[in-house]
Design a protein around this ligand. Structure first.
Ligand code: NAI
Ligand code: MG
Length: 375
């Protein structure tokens, strides 16, 4: 029997291409696992009215970790039109499988390392090495939204908050409400995860990225929590930055930052910004981590125009596999894979189109695997 059981959800489009590449590298370094493939994505939405069938959630609960490729998602109306005819008008509503998985399995940490591997022509600078902890389960992603705004809620808000008055008179379908809900528990655990990571990895600072001067209650909760938890980690400096200023600082001095922690939406934004500083979507992996479960994925989507062409850069997916190995405690194999990626980038011989080369997805995977075996 293999040491680990890994759920593999390639998903849609290039998700399949990059998953093949990552699995090849894992195999080449001798990772001892049984891979169990699961269903997720557009095809299952169209034919079953559910992009994340229950059997897939069950699989995720029964395996040691999950590798996830990418999925296609589309706006509600378009999704409804693409359903198989016999499923239409039966009340099926499209939802994002990845957001649902994060909530179902309580994968509360979204971990986004943004590290520049020297020699990558797409690097903004070669000395960037920061790690973003994004809260993954609530905030503006709570999904508690209203359109049109029900009269009952409209009346209640008018009663409860003086600042609502100017919205009160508007027709129900001239306004929309999305609730930003942040809890003490979720704020604590994401901030604690960031500090614990900083401590374990000899990082000097944790920067909390919020906007407490304007979004006083929710961002205020995050910042207060950060100050309290920081006291338990006297060796690590707490920095505070506003999300807007942070966007600027990340472009000005990205090399100064170490560990960043933020709520769901702000974390999402700075993660994409930071990813672009180290080569963009093709280089940017992420982990969705809970207490004892985790899912690892590249941050790019399904890039339909390149689907099945064996053309896109598999580095992000390979680095996601490397993060999975770290999570499982297979740090030696993780280091080998990272070495393989770093060497492949540095030697500049095998490169996909995004780096100005002509190599295929498989070519890159083979090269990474070859270096990784030596690493
Ligand atoms: P995308 O990330 O799929 O692709 C945008 C562009 O980035 C591509 O056209 C390509 O030029 C480049 N790109 C992406 N990955 C690359 C790689 N590995 N190597 C080289 N170049 C790469 O984003 P897009 O086009 O906005 O969305 C396509 C679909 O993916 C949509 O249905 C969207 O909803 C979905 N999506 C899914 C995500 C997920 O599965 N977590 C995340 C983002 C988008
Ligand atoms: Mg994003």
């Amino acid at each position: 029997m293999a040491k680990y059981r890994i759920a593999v959800l390639p998903g849609d489009g290039i998700g399949k291409d990059v998953m093949d590449a990552a699995l090849m590298v894992l195999k080449e370094v001798g990772f001892d696992a049984e891979y169990v493939f699961g269903d997720v994505g557009w095809e299952f939405w169209r034919h079953e009215g559910n992009p994340l069938p229950d059997r897939t959630l069950k699989l995720l609960r029964e395996t040691d970790a999950c590798l996830f490729g990418a999925i296609t998602s589309k706006p509600k109306e378009e999704a409804a039109r693409e359903l198989d005819p016999e499923l239409r008008d039966k009340g099926y509503v499209y939802f994002s499988p990845i957001v649902r998985i994060r909530q179902e399995l309580d994968l509360y940490v979204n971990l986004r390392p943004c590290k520049a591997y020297p020699g990558n022509p797409l690097n903004y600078r070669d000395d960037i090495d920061l790690v973003i902890f994004r809260e993954n389960t609530e905030d503006l992603y709570s999904g508690v939204e209203f359109f049109p705004v029900p009269d009952e809620l409209d009346g209640l808000l008018d009663k409860l908050h003086p600042k609502y008055r100017r919205f009160h008179g508007l027709p129900a379908d001239h306004k929309a409400i999305s609730l930003r809900i942040n809890t003490l528990e979720a704020s604590e655990r994401i901030i604690r995860a960031a500090f614990e990571f900083a401590q374990a990895n000899n990082r000097k600072s944790v920067t909390i990225v919020e906007k407490p001067n304007v979004v006083r209650e929710t961002s205020g909760l995050m910042v207060r929590t950060a100050r309290r938890i920081a006291r338990e980690f006297p060796d690590i400096q707490l920095w505070e930055a506003n999300i807007d200023a942070m966007a600027m600082w990340l472009v000005k001095n990205p090399q100064d930052y170490d560990v960043l922690v933020s709520s769901n939406l702000f974390g999402d934004i700075i993660s994409d910004l930071a990813a672009q500083l180290v080569g963009g979507l093709g280089f940017s992996p992420s982990g969705n981590i809970g207490r004892d479960r985790a899912l690892f994925e590249p941050t790019h989507g399904s890039a339909p125009k390149y689907a099945g062409q064996n053309k896109v850069n598999p580095t992000a997916m390979i680095l996601a596999a490397k993060m999975m190995l770290d999570f499982l405690g297979e740090t030696k194999l993780a280091r080998q894979i990272e070495y393989g990626v770093a060497q492949t980038i540095k030697e500049a011989e095998v490169r996909t189109y995004d780096m100005g080369g002509t190599a295929s997805t498989t070519d890159v995977a083979c090269r990474v695997a070859r270096w990784a075996r030596e690493g």
